[in-house]
Design a protein around this ligand. Structure first.
Ligand SMILES: [Zn+2]
Ligand SMILES: [Zn+2]
Length: 243
């Protein structure tokens, strides 16, 4: 009875997301508008390769994500020397997101590093698949008090197990993955940055998992999370969490 109640309460919380699985492929070496890891990044006229303001070294191009719905390309650079966590006191520019509206292969400009990149990811094409996701146990409280209370009522000792079973029953993703959209699956508890321009709560945009195939490791098998202002769509905040 209460399990059924649990399932029906969960249903409206289900969100769609896109799961991104990198597959090493030399076709990802060249700059393109496609979702990919490593190789040359998408860039347009006027762009140059970004450098870190702190250590002065060139940033590493990690990946780019083509958001088909918003017709935008998200391009992510990171300084592996400074290893920013996204905390407030870090110098701005140790990581960088460039967002391009209506990316097109006719607009591509090749930018290149002056130095070799020892941290460069293995060039990977990406297999995308639609998935459905629910908040993780940590994030459930802010999504629905009633739900977390109900899980505690059914299984007082380990309510999160009750919840995970319900997530499985709902056919939702129940593991870490690189995702565009949906809910973040945190390693170290909730994060919720606010926009530096308007102070409103930023919305989860994407998470990038440690990906063996692309030779990307965030600390000890961690993830990088991106949040974006609902108003200022160029305002991103990064948060890195690991075990
Ligand atoms: Zn640096
Ligand atoms: Zn804002």
């Amino acid at each position: 009875m209460s399990k059924e109640k649990l399932d029906s309460l969960l249903k409206p919380l289900v969100k769609k997301a896109i799961k991104l699985e990198p597959r090493a492929n030399d076709a990802a070496l060249a700059a393109s508008c496609h979702t990919k890891f490593g190789g040359s990044p998408y860039a347009e006229a006027g762009d140059t390769w970004p450098s870190c303001p702190t250590c002065k070294k060139e940033l590493t191009f990690i990946n780019q994500i083509h958001d088909e719905i918003e017709q935008q390309l998200f391009v992510f650079y990171y300084c592996n020397e400074c290893f920013p966590w996204g905390l407030g006191d870090e110098e701005k520019g140790q990581w960088l997101v460039r967002l391009y509206d209506e990316p097109s292969s006719s607009k591509i400009v090749n930018i290149a590093r002056a130095s070799n990149d020892e941290f460069a990811p293995t060039p990977c094409k990406v297999i995308t698949s639609p998935v459905e996701v629910l908040p993780d146990w940590e994030g459930l409280d802010s999504a629905s008090d009633e739900l977390s209370d109900l899980c505690c009522k059914i299984n007082d000792d380990s309510p999160w197990e009750e919840y995970e079973e319900a997530v499985e029953r709902a056919g939702c993703l129940n593991d870490y993955a690189t995702l565009l959209g949906g809910y973040p699956r945190f390693v170290q508890g909730e994060a919720g940055p606010v926009c530096p321009e308007c102070n409103s709560q930023m919305i989860f945009y994407a998470q990038i998992d440690s990906e063996n195939e692309a030779n990307i490791m965030w600390g000890d098998v961690g993830l990088v999370y991106f949040f974006r202002c609902p108003e200022h769509k160029n305002q991103f905040q990064l948060e890195l969490q690991c075990h």
